[in-house]
Design a protein around this ligand. Structure first.
Ligand code: NAP
Length: 541
């Protein structure tokens, strides 16, 4: 690996599926992956595959009878063991030169590039992403590897501060220790890769606990880490139930940092547990405060003012609200529309939404696939019932029966896009994260009311406006309080290095992933001050 490669960071281009050769290649990749389904996946602790008493099938959400892989779920003893092994590996890995660690990430990025379509195929089948969404997920994972490799090179140089004669002041960073990486299923490769590679490149060792619904794709990342040269024990694969091993991992005295992405409920619990320290003789509590990074939910809004380009606005809202079935933390779930254009926008939105193609994610034309599992489907139906009482239902799209011998859509966890109009800003469907293709349309008089409504939830993740009024755009820039604000475009699809991603309020704590200050969180800053005035030499005894 040429060290100069570390000097550059370039975004991985998405695949152009309008080209016949790319379509064929993607179809071939899906066929090949289909021939590898239903294999067993083991825990990996200290580089060794380990079985457990409990094997869970990970299934295709568009056809739950299709088993993607049978995954060994860790028990508590194995979780303990993985953390101990990671703690041992820390001694050496933390002292490995940063450039060497960065080169491991660069190699992993190259391996991912060479397996891009195959990784997409796993995600299409295991998580119900359509082709474009799966491809974007792999590209983002590659970007995280490349970007963090690039960024880490600036971090480990000791910085000399101040210019005081007779004194030197150095500022520098050191890795923290064992990182627990706890990830969701909705960006099964990108988020897991981002959080874990950040921990590894900064010299920490890791125990990764992926979501139960995306443990197979996480196992593919482990293959890549191994091939890329991450030593045994430095990263350990610990699939399992959050309810069984989650608290143990979070409270373990040898876990120094927790990087979590997921729901507010779990994230808040992690925050609370991680703050408990050993101030007396509390058994098995750490003697330090753990560092916690939590990236959580959203209830994101797009404002449409009376000067918006309605064609662009409709397109932006449809993609933001219904892309990956609305299962993105960044998804638009509220549209706040000025009354002058309300009816016109709503009608156009309904018609555009009706053109969405619902189908199996493995088919190239599919835009909307299944929800991740049965409980997500039931939860969504519950919210649709609530919405029918709170607002005016204007669209509840049927799921077409487009079955094949092996799989018909209605066997999967499908729900068509749903739009509610005349939604009151304080109603439940306008306040709670539903994580499904359910959109609330809210009518407002002017920009001040729009802003008030936009800022009225507990979350602050993404938001946007479609407008051709410079004063509105300026006001929104200052007063729409979200982590990622987008103007005259969709509000999903943040790009590493260009749109570092993350929010505040109940959307999370920590600096933005894919941003220049993300890696610092995985390190402890230290300073050393030395008095350099001559004091003579110590006499030789
Ligand atoms: P989740 O239910 O909170 O699960 C996230 C992870 O936490 C999973 O690996 C889960 O394991 C684990 N977990 C569950 N209970 C735990 C416990 N007591 N201790 C430690 N870990 C535990 O979230 P999800 O359904 O996977 O993902 C959807 C949520 O993630 C949404 O709210 C979405 O907004 C949010 N999200 C946020 C961002 C962001 O950047 N802000 C990005 C993506 C997603 P199990 O699978 O075993 O339960």
């Amino acid at each position: 690996m040429n060290g100069n490669n570390l000097l550059k960071f370039r975004i991985e281009p998405i695949t152009n599926f309008s080209l016949i050769e790319n379509q064929k290649a993607m179809k071939d990749a899906i066929t090949k992956v289909k021939n590898k389904l239903n294999k067993e996946y083991f825990l990996i602790i200290g580089g060794k595959e380990r079985g457990s008493g409990e094997i869970e099938p990970s299934v295709n959400p568009s056809n739950p009878s299709e088993v993607i892989g049978r995954v060994h779920f860790a028990n508590r003893e194995q979780a303990n063991e993985a953390i101990e092994i990671a703690a041992q590996a820390f001694e050496k890995w933390s002292r490995t030169p940063p450039k060497e660690r960065a080169n491991c990430l660069k190699r992993c990025a190259e391996i991912m590039k060479s397996r891009k379509l195959e990784l997409s195929a796993w995600m299409i089948l295991e998580c119900g992403k359509n082709w474009e969404e799966a491809d974007a997920d792999v590209c983002e994972a590659i970007d995280f590897l490349d970007y963090y490799a690039y960024e880490t090179m600036n971090l480990f140089e000791k910085k000399l501060l101040g210019h005081v004669p007779g004194e030197t002041d150095h500022y520098f960073y050191e890795p923290r220790g064992v990182a627990a990486i706890i990830s969701p299923w909705n960006f099964p490769l990108a988020i897991l890769t981002g959080m874990s590679s950040a921990a590894l490149v900064t010299g920490n060792t890791a125990v990764i606990k992926p979501s139960g619904q995306s443990s197979v794709i996480a196992a593919k990342l482990m293959e890549i880490y191994k091939e890329g040269g991450i030593p045994d024990g430095v990263v350990n694969y610990l699939p399992g139930r959050g309810s069984v091993i989650g608290d143990l991992i979070v409270t373990h005295p040898k876990v120094a940092i927790i990087a979590f992405t997921g729901s507010v409920e779990v994230g808040s619990r992690i925050n609370k547990l991680a703050s408990e320290v050993n101030v007396g003789d509390a058994y098995m509590r750490p003697h330090f405060v753990k560092k916690v990074i939590t990236e959580m939910g959203g209830k994101n809004a797009i404002i449409i003012d009376s000067t918006a380009d309605i064609d662009e606005a409709v397109k932006g809202v449809v993609i933001s609200a219904f892309g990956y079935q609305g299962q993105k933390c960044s998804a638009c779930s509220r549209v706040i529309v000025f009354e002058e254009v309300y009816e016109k926008f709503l009608n156009r939105l309904i018609n555009a939404t009706k053109s969405i193609i619902i189908g199996r994610p493995e088919e190239p034309e599919t835009f909307l696939g299944p929800l991740i599992d049965k409980s997500a489907l039931e939860n969504t139906k519950k919210y649709i019932d609530i919405g029918k009482k709170e607002a005016r239902l204007v669209l509840e799209m049927e799921v077409p029966k487009i079955g094949t011998e092996q799989c018909s859509v209605p066997t999967g966890y499908y729900i068509g896009p749903v739009i509610f109009a005349n939604v009151l800003p304080e109603s439940r469907i306008a306040q709670e994260e539903i994580f499904a293709p359910v959109l609330s349309v809210i009518k407002v008089k002017d920009i001040n009311e729009a802003l008030k409504v936009a800022n009225s939830t507990r979350f602050a993740l993404t938001g946007g406006i479609f407008s051709r009024t410079p004063e509105h755009i300026e006001l929104i820039k200052q007063e729409f309080k979200v982590g990622n604000l987008y103007i005259n475009r969709k509000i999903t699809g943040a790009i590493v290095g260009r749109q570092p991603f993350g929010g505040f309020k109940l959307s999370g704590i920590g600096s933005k992933s894919g941003g220049y200050d993300y890696l610092q969180q995985f390190m402890v800053p230290r300073t050393i001050t030395e008095n350099t005035m001559r004091h003579g030499f110590a006499p030789i005894e």
